[in-house]
Design a protein around this ligand. Structure first.
Ligand code: GLC
Length: 406
């Protein structure tokens, strides 16, 4: 592991940027030259193992540009602050940049692991001033999710764009966007850009947008949401906010209960499409997220592992773990984005889920696979589940999460 640790440190130094006092890590120099929200949380968790000061700066920067409604944007284009003249310059992000309808940031969010990352950092030095300041930003964000992203008195939060799941092109969102199982990346991006435009048309009123265009209750987003509400509760208790702490705990409980009653089908949780009014019965790595969130009984977890995880026709491929099951018509291991290839971020959550339920050997195996992928193919965005070959962005930071598989 120590060689990996050294490699992670070197990569994080290479990808570190400082703009007007904001220090953050870019996910990949060539493809992702901005600051991303859940990436920064991954970075803070990884950095907390060897550079706590940088971990704190990363979070402070990631939480520094909330929209007026409290939403934390999933991308901050710090370059925009450096030179406003650069607005509209030619880079991949520019396409996305212009379409959001706001300047300097995106107008959508990403799965909430912010409170968890903050809690982890806070545990290391007990810096209350820093943690309470960030907690306040997150409190507004979570109020927004509760009020702006739920329907009919339920607690489950809905996403308005596939990118908010963190898995932009996942086949879970094909049907909602009238995409066939096999299509190319530009076609997929076109649809998601339509979602961005709609959001601006709706004046960023997500409920209106989700009722007209796209609204999905996604499993992993909500697993993480419930977890984060628990971490908000722990943080609130630290600062003496007893009422808020209790309320966060109740909200976490309610999200889990609503998920169980609305998404659960045997041992499998399916995401739900608000407009089509039906569950999204697509088998992706998301079915293992309820292990991470503790949403299954022990016998259900066993069934999930036996029938799906260890199933060679679905997820138990030579390299672990494919993001989309081999049985899906959308399975595309040769470069499909979130459509088969392995992502270390997904492995990270599954590793901790397996451990939570006592599947220690499988967790160790998954960790070993993750490290082997890094050793064999370097720090890449994704990996071929059958050959282990690296795909997508180079010098991609998520591999650092193997350090936190312990
Ligand atoms: C891709 C991923 C997303 C990530 C971003 C930056 O868009 O799907 O989860 O945040 O890259 O790494």
């Amino acid at each position: 592991m120590s060689q990996i640790l050294q490699d992670v440190q070197a990569l994080y130094e290479k990808n570190r940027r400082t703009v007007f006092g904001h220090q953050y890590t870019i996910p990949s120099p060539e493809l992702y030259p901005f600051q991303w929200l859940w990436d920064s949380c991954f970075h803070a968790i990884t950095l907390s193992h060897f550079d706590l000061a940088a971990a704190k700066k990363e979070l402070r920067s990631a939480f520094s540009r909330p929209m007026p409604n409290g939403l934390l944007p999933h991308i901050i284009y710090w370059e925009y602050e450096v030179s406003q003249n650069n607005w509209g310059r030619e880079m991949r992000g520019d396409v996305i940049n212009k379409a959001w309808g706001v300047q300097g940031t995106s107008a959508i969010t990403q799965p909430p692991i912010m409170a968890y990352a903050l809690w982890r950092v806070y545990q290391l030095d007990g810096d209350k001033e820093f943690a309470e300041e960030q907690y306040k930003v997150l409190e507004t964000y979570f109020s927004y999710l509760e009020n702006g992203r739920t329907f009919n008195g339920d607690s489950i939060a809905y996403i308005i764009n596939p990118d908010e799941s963190g898995e932009d092109n996942s086949p879970r969102f094909d049907l909602a966007q009238s995409l066939p199982p096999i299509h190319d990346a530009p076609e997929n991006l076109d649809r998601r850009i339509e979602r961005m435009r709609e959001n601006a048309t709706c004046m960023f009123n997500a409920k209106e947008c989700m009722s007209k265009y796209f609204g999905v209750a996604d499993v992993s987003f909500n697993v993480l949401y419930a977890q984060d509400l628990d971490y908000m509760s722990k943080l609130a208790a630290e600062f003496g906010y007893t009422t808020e702490s209790n309320t966060f705990t109740q909200r976490a409980h309610k999200v889990r209960e609503d998920m169980k009653s609305q998404m659960k089908n045997g041992c499998v949780f399916f995401s739900y499409d608000h407009l089509l009014r039906e569950p999204i019965r697509v088998y992706t790595w998301n079915i293992f997220m309820p292990l991470y969130g503790g949403l299954l009984e022990k016998d259900e977890a066993q069934q999930l592992v036996d029938e799906y995880y260890l199933n060679k026709d679905m997820f138990y491929t030579p390299h672990l773990l494919p993001t989309t099951a081999k049985t899906e018509p959308s399975y595309d291991p040769d470069g499909g984005f979130w459509r088969g290839p392995i992502w270390i971020g997904a492995n990270y959550f599954i590793y901790h889920g397996l451990k939570r339920y006592g599947f220690d050997d499988l967790a160790q195996e998954l960790k070993a696979h993750s490290i082997r992928l890094l050793q064999q193919s370097g720090f890449r965005e994704q990996y071929h589940p059958e050959t282990g070959e690296g795909q997508g962005a180079h010098d991609f930071t998520w591999g650092g999460l193997v350090i936190d598989m312990e």
